[in-house]
Design a protein around this ligand. Structure first.
Ligand code: FMN
Length: 361
């Protein structure tokens, strides 16, 4: 039987061709990188409880995110500086997502403007990523343009009031200056955020939940709160009218020492139960069984960050497609092996209750 490629293989190959500063920038976490490692290890601690002897000859991996259909419950998290992975940058990522039938959250720190990305993958599902800036005029300007170009949601990052401290940042800081990328959305604005050499200067920590109220008042697009890790903040987000919550710890790049996302997912899912707010998860998703575990524990879909960058580095659009295909195929096999024909059939009974992470279920 043919051995199939996995995401670890893609990462290993990408590391052979990328320059050290790019490898470090994409792979690093903050401080001691405890949370970075835990995001992956926590998935490995969860054990599955398959159901057998069901007819799984026909399976449907499709679902919806914010009411829009995706071919499988795996979409793309916002990550900055795709041009450091491949010269085609976000264009390649957007086209791959479009052709695979899933969506992409376009980073605020994209080398191409949101208009260019919409035009290069016109039938793709796309959402805008928004860091909270102190300059509300700039946020409003970008959101208005996103509305006009068919973006169907805004993923707002809540867990970066200030920039964290990364390990060995020197090669990355130097690269900001030596290989600067102009951030497309900001061209034509009078802001310091226009280029990657000013990347670390955008946070000032002044935002509160009132900023979410303000965002709701200036846009008709649904808002997804990215970075929530507690039931308390999940309830707060619901109070402030969000349509979705992305359980995320920024891929271990912000507060180090927080719990792995898969470990806090049940708490957050429980807190918003019955509200209609959709729950997603990112952080450490590397296998189809990880996707199944996240759905079993309350996520409607998962998002991936670094694997997309490794695929992009390897082979541009084809590389990103390969990453998405590997995950889709593994998820489909995981569904069959646990007796599920559709994503609706994935439930908490499929994971072992004794795992520490599901103690609250
Ligand atoms: C290179 C890189 C840049 C990122 N930039 C941002 C960002 O600007 N804003 C944000 O909310 N998250 C950012 N993230 C975090 C991702 O959106 C996502 O939460 C994380 O990568 C998911 O974990 P994973 O890489 O293990 O899949 C970044 C992640 C990486 C790897």
């Amino acid at each position: 039987m043919a051995l199939r490629q996995c995401l670890d293989d893609v990462e290993a190959s990408a590391r052979q061709i990328l320059p050290p500063f790019a490898i470090r920038y994409f792979s690093c976490g903050s401080d001691g990188e405890q949370t970075l490692a835990d995001n992956i290890n926590a998935f490995r601690r969860i054990r599955l409880r398959p159901r057998l002897m069901r007819d799984v000859s026909k399976r449907d991996t499709s679902t919806t995110i914010l009411g829009q259909k995706v071919s499988f419950p795996i979409a793309i998290s916002p990550t900055a500086l795709h041009q450091w992975a491949h010269p085609d940058g976000e264009h390649a990522t957007a086209k791959a997502a479009e052709s695979m039938g899933t969506g992409m959250v376009l980073s605020m720190y994209s080398g191409s403007s949101l208009e260019e990305i919409a035009d290069c993958a016109p039938s793709g599902l796309r959402w805008l990523h928004m860091d909270l800036l102190s300059n509300t005029d700039v946020m409003k300007y970008i959101i208005n343009r996103a509305e006009n170009k068919g973006y169907t949601g805004i993923f707002v990052t809540l867990d970066r009031p200030v920039a964290s401290k990364k390990r060995a940042p020197n090669i990355v800081t130097k690269a900001y200056g030596r290989f600067p990328v102009s951030f497309g959305h900001f061209q034509g604005t009078d802001t310091p955020y226009k280029s990657s050499d000013k990347y670390t200067e955008h946070s000032d920590g002044i935002n509160t939940w009132e900023t979410i109220d303000w965002l709701q008042s200036i846009t008709r697009l649904p808002i997804v709160a990215k970075g929530i890790l507690t039931a308390e903040d999940a309830r707060e987000a619901v109070k402030h009218g969000v349509s979705g919550i992305l359980v995320s710890n920024h891929g271990g790049r912000q507060l180090d020492g927080v719990m792995a996302t898969i470990d806090v997912l049940p708490e957050v899912a429980q807190a918003v139960k019955g509200t209609g707010v959709e729950i997603y998860l990112d952080g450490g998703v590397r296998l189809g069984t990880d996707v199944l575990k996240a759905l079993a524990l309350g996520a409607k879909a998962v998002f991936v960050g670094r694997p997309i960058l490794w695929g992009l580095a390897l082979d541009g659009e084809c590389g990103v497609k390969r990453v998405l295909k590997i995950l889709q195929e593994e998820f489909d096999i995981a569904m069959a092996l646990t007796g599920c024909r559709s994503v609706e059939e994935i439930n908490a009974d499929l994971v072992q209750k004794g795992c520490t992470c599901v103690a609250k279920l």
